[in-house]
Design a protein around this ligand. Structure first.
Ligand code: SIN
Ligand code: FE2
Length: 208
């Protein structure tokens, strides 16, 4: 959804993201096992945050360096989830990825979440990127599109497990932020106790 957030909303969301970074400083994740550093820096908002270190990828309740809980998800991001997500439960994580010029993210799937009926809702702020996405199967064809400041993207339904990544950040492409791109992805991490998706397929209800 191009131009999902207008300029005033982008500024308001940016202020909330900057406040979140002040509370939960950016960290540089690394690849499990190899320890190779990501070129992207990260933090999170929400009850759970995504981290990657030598032990693996996972969601956890606290910041890996400060040990504190993550700050709350910005209201405009929650609104985007409610409006675009088509999912009856709130998101638990809002991963904030920060791309300086030269940062990129290799093709991957988002599959550390329990309920793939829940989408991943993405919001971009600042510099435009070339975003690449393809099929759920590895090695399939990919397409590119530009994600600019204020654009929203939903990985949902048949596209929930699509491979995707960020090829390049375009310099001079934003009035909001001169030298960085922020991407927020909202995620439902745990299986809700009585989600529609669970009841649809289940003959008996599960009690936990
Ligand atoms: C991600 O896949 O986690 C981030 C995608 C993006 O930066 O647009
Ligand atoms: Fe992703």
């Amino acid at each position: 959804m191009p131009c999902y957030l207008d300029e005033a909303e982008q500024r308001a969301l940016l202020a909330d993201v900057e406040a979140a970074i002040a509370a939960a400083p950016l960290f540089q994740p690394c690849m499990p096992r190899t320890g190779k550093l990501f070129s992207v820096k990260m933090t999170n908002c929400g009850t759970l945050g995504w981290v990657s270190d030598r032990q693996g990828y996972r969601y956890q309740r606290t910041h890996p360096e400060t040990g504190k809980p993550w700050p709350p998800i910005p209201p405009l991001a929650l609104e985007a989830w409610a409006e675009l997500g088509r999912y009856p439960h709130p998101p638990e994580a809002c991963l904030v990825n920060v791309y300086d010029l030269g940062a990129r993210m290799g093709l991957h799937q988002d599959r550390d979440e329990e309920d793939f009926a829940a989408p991943v809702v993405s919001l971009s702020l600042g510099l435009t990127c070339i975003f690449r996405f393809g099929a759920a199967t590895r090695g399939g064809k990919t397409q590119s599109l530009e994600l600019a400041s204020g654009d929203a993207l939903v990985l949902g339904g048949p596209a929930r497990l699509a491979h995707h990544g960020v090829v390049r950040i375009l310099p001079g492409s934003s009035n909001l932020l001169a030298d960085r791109r922020f991407n927020l992805t909202l995620r439902r991490v745990t299986m809700p106790r009585s989600s529609a998706s669970q009841l649809n397929g289940a003959k008996t209800t599960r009690s936990k």
